[in-house]
Design a protein around this ligand. Structure first.
Ligand SMILES: Cc1cc2nc3c(=O)[nH]c(=O)nc-3n(C[C@H](O)[C@H](O)[C@H](O)COP(=O)(O)OP(=O)(O)OC[C@H]3O[C@@H](n4cnc5c(N)ncnc54)[C@H](O)[C@@H]3O)c2cc1C
Length: 426
């Protein structure tokens, strides 16, 4: 490494920006690199908690913490919205007028929700009859609505892919089934899952299993439904697809369109048409500029947008920032590893583990003795709950979690004939 202090600028202090900054700080001394992290606000939300909030299983103050406090003290934190990046001059322009020069840029600004892109969705029924639990305000509004909901048609709708955590809407269905049973009103409720996919999920084995679980619970599955409009005339409203099919609702839970952060579109060459950042799927280096890397929801790679993905990408990205500064060949080892607990209600959860090439398989994780895969168990539910502690105390601070690494483990898995390589947009 050259004998000067490199300037590393990280955009976004969510899951990916925070863990990358802390890992880089552990691996580079302050004289080797000055690390600056930028975000627009001071509320770091543990987003998996948003699933539990509408059902009264957690509260906002349990899942939100100040951003700066999650960063090592030798990391500079700047709270200022990003206006744009100029890759040619290696500079980031902030809303306040401040300019940050970088030698290496890490983009970790996630995905933004764009409910206004669906005709009618944010009309008079928004947060009255249709809600999203994908942001804190929506999750709180939905929890209030569920408290009073006495019966009728409840529809959970994914408008379009990609979305963050593509299993979360299914988890919402399973928890809603549990919740209404607890309230003693399940027989007064029609529960429907409406998706643009041709099944419950993208990967064939998991899709079949999850589709079966919806059927067992009496949750109707409507597939290949591309929502074009939401119409609130009448008591509740109706979803209307581009091919003129309709699904009526009294209460809709909508996962809106996701885009990359708006500044990406204002930054010449940085993003694609949706504002996500094209990177090499194995090194996470930008296709546009060698000193730019991206991870997490902001990166355009063919794997789910998930915290686990962000974590595994972070390990490889940090190694590659080091190698880039040392002028060494990059590590191309990110294999698309993703790992998700799927909460299924009644204090049970299922675990799936997969990568770019291997779809979720039965067996155990992370080795022959471990958590059961593709099975609903209480142990997996405890794993899902415990993950929140690991998030704040291991994952964000950049510590390794024993047995959980970027390379997908195969030791505990039952082998099945490898299906055709699947490149999913989710
Ligand atoms: C309801 C729900 C449940 C989920 N459950 C799971 C789960 O069980 N398991 C799992 O693995 N994943 C889950 N996820 C997904 C996971 O939370 C995300 O994939 C992960 O947080 C992505 O991290 P990130 O750093 O890419 O983005 P984020 O953590 O969203 O961080 C992006 C940051 O960029 C900042 N930013 C954006 N634009 C600007 C700008 N112009 N200027 C300054 N700052 C900006 C934002 O303020 C934000 O802090 C869930 C998500 C949701 C919504």
């Amino acid at each position: 490494m050259e004998n000067r202090t490199h300037r590393i600028v990280i955009l976004g202090a969510g899951t990916g920006g925070t863990l990358a900054a802390n890992r880089l700080r552990r691996s580079l001394t302050p004289s080797e690199a000055m690390i600056t992290v930028v975000d627009q606000d001071d509320r770091h939300v543990y987003q998996p908690g948003l699933l539990f909030l509408p059902f009264g299983l957690t509260h906002l103050d349990e899942i939100v913490r100040p951003r700066g406090r999650q960063l090592h003290r030798d990391i500079a934190y700047v709270q200022d919205p990003i206006d744009h990046v100029d890759m040619e001059s290696g500079r980031v322009f902030l809303d306040s007028g401040q300019v940050l020069d970088y030698d290496v840029l890490v983009v970790a600004t996630g995905a933004v929700l764009a409910p206004e892109e669906t005709e009618g969705l944010t009309g008079p029924g928004w947060n009255e009859h249709a809600f999203t639990f994908y942001d804190p305000a929506g999750a709180v509004a939905l929890s209030e609505a569920l408290e009073w909901f006495a019966g009728g048609r409840v529809v959970v709708n994914v408008v379009e892919l990609p979305i963050k955590c593509p299993v979360a809407p299914l988890e919402f269905c399973f928890l809603a089934d549990w919740f209404f049973q607890q309230q003693g009103i399940r027989d007064r409720i029609d529960l429907t899952y409406v998706t643009p996919l041709d099944g419950a999920f993208t990967k064939p084995v998991a899709s079949e299993r999850l589709g079966g679980m919806l059927a067992e619970r009496g949750i109707e599955l409507v597939t290949e439904f591309n929502t074009g409009e939401v119409d609130y005339s009448g008591a509740g409203g109706r979803l209307v697809s581009y091919d003129d099919r309709e699904v009526a609702f009294d209460l809709a839970v909508v996962i809106p369109v996701h885009n990359g952060a708006a500044y990406v579109m204002r930054s010449p060459g940085l993003g694609d048409a949706l504002g996500f950042v094209p990177v090499d799927a194995h090194t996470l280096q930008s296709e546009a500029s060698p000193n730019v890397f991206a991870l997490g929801d902001a990166a355009a790679v063919p794997v789910s947008k998930a915290g686990s993905v962000t974590h595994f990408e972070g390990e490889v990205l940090v190694e590659n920032v080091r190698r880039f500064l040392d002028d060494r060949p990059l590590d191309a080892s990110y294999d698309g590893h993703a790992n998700c607990f799927i909460e299924t209600g009644f204090s049970k959860a299922m675990l799936i583990d997969f990568n770019y090439d291997v779809e979720p398989l039965p067996g155990h994780f992370p080795g022959p003795v471990g958590l059961p895969l593709l099975k609903e168990t209480h142990l997996n539910h405890l794993g899902k709950l415990m993950f929140q502690w690991l998030y704040w105390h291991s994952l964000l601070p950049g510590r390794d979690i024993p047995g959980v690494h970027s390379a997908m483990p195969t030791a505990g898995k039952e082998r099945r004939p490898s299906p055709e390589r699947e490149v999913s947009a989710s």
